[in-house]
Design a protein around this ligand. Structure first.
Ligand code: BGC
Length: 725
């Protein structure tokens, strides 16, 4: 079967002219195809790229088209005009939902819930597929340590193990097990390869330069995990890796991705990244940019025309071997074949079924459930949960806002969003009163706004402040140097504080914030991130105790921006703080702020209280074939049922290269009734103690280790063991 398909694809390649082949390697966005269903094509955008109508007619894929009828129309016209009848691949960024929008990926990460993450991707795939999408540009699995970078909201956080687990879950959800027969799934494209998350200074598109060991140990595992799970495509990143832009980086793409990892799927450039090789100073002109990218094995050039304009000349001049083009075309046709497009070029696109499937009740329920699990309770001094009979003043720019979807939700609609006011109103009895006022905008305020808010606050028992960043303040090109709330919102908190009433802050934002001016002022803080379509309902569930907060941070909240990057799995230095023989001054520290983040990786509160006791190891020796068990007794000493995320970390006491102070190795989610206890057990094996040595070989060292078990990366019980080999 496989080889028949392969022969068929080779037959196509035999029949194709060089220009037809090159056109397969070009990806243009929707505006190029508007009007295509009427037989014509819009020529404006083509002129700007300097390409011909013929090239567009023969192109291999489309960026950002969704909607069953439109896809059907464009595909039909395309096939009528395409000499060999090769269907278009429809690719789009379906990142955290299609019409049913889920929380942003950073929030999903904080759920530590792989089943729900998978389910969210499955639903996104189903809605996207029935609307005509074949490939999603997701998951984004870049490891992130710098909250100034706006794209941290697209990642699941700062830990390579957890990011890898989520990468796998997303791939399973998007792709299922058989893309050919299961038309409710779409192919996934893991991005941005590689290490885009390490952009210097958190400034988007910026340089990345790091040792290969750092790259392999922290940054590469999640991409690899996605590929091991069968991910069909990879997208290049904008940044350099070891001095070479990823999009033209032969060692990264040919050696590592293709040869070492054996990846044989489609490699697509990020938007405009081929032409950007010129600005990087890595190509003198578009022809050289095309040369660099095709040599690196980039199969599809997204949104620029270096391939369209120069590849054929490069082949004619024998600077590029035509076999490189054939190889790229084969990969593209193979994915089309796998998706069943040669048999049915419309695949699952179906305007009638689209009405039933997209944004259905069942999907929204999952979105609400995941949003509930993604919020993180950062502080609670006896104010939450709220009581329905309390008089509540809901104040702030997010009180009545529908900007809860977050970046990368272009297929969603703000009109579908459940706002916080509406979510809260549904919780209140008829007689209870909810006083609502904006208080200020996101970045500016008027005196009238404050007066209205003050009147509401004066009349209330408790003030709920809904604050945050609007969705353009994170996401792509959304870097910020100051990651506090905008000044007008800090001023709102100060004014509210003068009224001496309990203050609950609900935060809507796309990055860990510097919480100066919020953390000490508020009595309770709920981090809601961008919670998606059902945001208002989910937050209200948590505020009123109908659901119990269970989210745990997967990215540290810095004490202040001056600490950034700050992450839990760091190295110790030779002069760590707190060492027995540490001096007062000459230690690795800041003179003016602590070393620790305000809130560490793994942190999150609950309305239950969890007590850890009796942590122990089954043996203090571990061998290659004899793992050990780490157990701890967990008791819910609170008054409500709740879910705890028990975390297991390890430290290698002395390595051939220095090792992180802690590394997450496993976690268990446990639900306990009030008064209930459970023994939580982990199995720890030699395999989990391996790391990249000086020669980049991955293995373990005999010697002393610590295991840590606890509710977050800071509050842990330490146990000691030895690896004997
Ligand atoms: C982003 C990618 C995205 C692509 C296509 C780029 O600007 O970096 O993440 O997939 O656009 O929309």
């Amino acid at each position: 079967m496989e080889s028949n398909a392969n022969t068929l694809m080779h037959d196509y390649i035999e029949k194709m002219t060089l220009d037809e082949k090159i056109a397969q390697l070009i990806q243009l966005a929707v505006p190029f195809f508007e009007g295509a269903e009427g037989g014509g094509l819009i020529t404006g955008p083509m002129a700007s790229l300097g390409i011909t109508e013929q090239t567009v007619r023969n192109s291999g894929s489309v960026l950002g088209m969704a909607g069953a009828q439109e896809v059907i129309n464009v595909q039909r016209t395309h096939l009528e005009n395409n000499r060999l009848g090769i269907p278009l691949l429809m690719m789009a960024d379906i990142v955290h939902g299609f019409k049913t929008i889920f929380p942003v990926p950073l929030a999903i990460g904080c759920s530590w819930n792989l089943e729900l993450a998978e389910r969210s991707a499955e639903i996104a795939a189903k809605e996207a597929s029935v609307s005509g999408v074949h490939v999603t540009f997701a998951p984004m699995v870049d490891l992130v340590r710098d909250p100034r970078w706006g794209r941290v909201m697209e990642s699941t956080g700062e830990d390579p193990y957890l990011n890898s687990e989520f990468a796998r879950a997303f791939i399973r959800g998007f792709q299922g097990t058989d893309l050919t027969s299961d038309k409710d799934r779409v192919a996934a494209c893991v991005k941005h390869f590689a290490a885009y998350g390490a952009a210097e200074g958190g400034r988007d598109y910026n340089t990345v330069d790091m040792s290969e060991r750092q790259l392999r140990e922290f940054y590469l595992p999640a991409y690899k995990a996605a590929l091991d799970e069968g991910c069909e495509m990879v997208m290049t990143s904008f940044n350099t890796v070891d001095g070479m832009p990823a999009t033209g980086n032969v060692p990264l793409m040919r050696k590592l991705l293709r040869e070492e990892w054996g990846f044989d799927g489609i490699l697509i450039s990020d938007w405009g990244a081929v032409k950007e090789l010129i600005a990087h100073g890595y190509a003198a002109d578009e022809s050289e940019a095309a040369y660099r990218a095709i040599q690196a094995g980039v199969d599809i050039e997204m949104m620029t025309s270096c391939y369209a304009k120069h590849l054929s000349e490069l082949v004619e001049k024998k600077e590029v071997d035509e076999s490189l083009i054939d190889e790229a075309v084969l990969r593209i046709l193979t994915l089309k074949q796998k998706l069943g497009l040669f048999e049915n070029p419309y695949r699952a696109a179906d305007p009638e079924r689209e009405q039933e499937v997209v944004f259905c009740e069942a999907h929204r329920e999952v979105s609400r459930e995941l949003a509930v699990k993604s919020c993180v309770l950062l502080k609670n001094e006896g104010v939450l949960p709220l009581q329905p009979q309390q008089k509540i003043a809901l104040i702030g720019p997010f009180a009545q806002s529908s900007d809860l979807l977050g970046p990368w939700s272009w297929t969603g609609s703000k009109d579908d969003v459940v706002k916080l006011t509406d979510g809260i109103k549904r919780k209140l009895s008829q007689s209870a009163e909810l006083l609502v006022a904006d208080g200020c905008g996101i970045e500016e305020a008027t005196e009238e706004q404050w007066k209205e808010a003050e009147a509401a606050a004066q009349a209330a028992d408790v003030i709920v402040l809904a604050l945050g960043e609007h969705s353009d303040m994170s996401g792509e090109a959304g870097s910020r140097a100051n990651i506090q709330l905008p000044e007008v919102q800090l001023e709102l908190i100060r004014k509210a504080k003068l009224l001496q009433k309990p203050i609950v802050v609900v935060l809507f934002n796309g990055r860990p914030l510097d919480l100066h001016g919020v953390y000490h002022e508020a009595d309770a803080i709920l981090e809601a991130w961008f919670p998606g379509t059902e945001g208002g309902n989910a937050v209200a569930d948590l505020l009123f105790g109908d659901a119990n907060p269970s989210g745990r941070l997967t990215m540290s909240f810095p004490f202040s921006v001056g600490q950034v990057p700050v992450y839990y799995n760091a190295f110790n230095t030779g002069r760590p703080q707190g060492a027995e023989d540490a001096q007062v001054r000459y230690v690795s520290q800041y003179l003016d702020i602590p070393n620790e983040p305000l809130l560490p990786f793994g942190f999150g509160l609950s309305y239950s209280k969890f007590d850890y006791s009796d942590a122990k190891l089954s043996s203090d020796l571990i061998t290659v074939d004899q793992p050990i068990k780490v157990t701890v007794k967990l008791t819910n000493t609170g008054t409500v049922a709740g879910e705890e995320t028990v975390q297991l970390y390890v430290r290698d006491i002395s390595g051939e290269v220095v090792r992180p102070v802690k590394e997450l190795k496993d976690f268990k989610k446990v639900t306990l009734q009030p008064g209930e206890s459970s023994e939580v057990e982990f199995v720890l094996s030699e395999e989990q103690l391996r790391y990249y040595h000086a020669d980049l070989k991955h293995h373990s060292d005999a010697g002393a280790f610590s295991a840590f078990v606890g509710p977050n990366s800071q509050q842990t019980t330490q146990l000691s063991f030895k690896l004997v080999k």
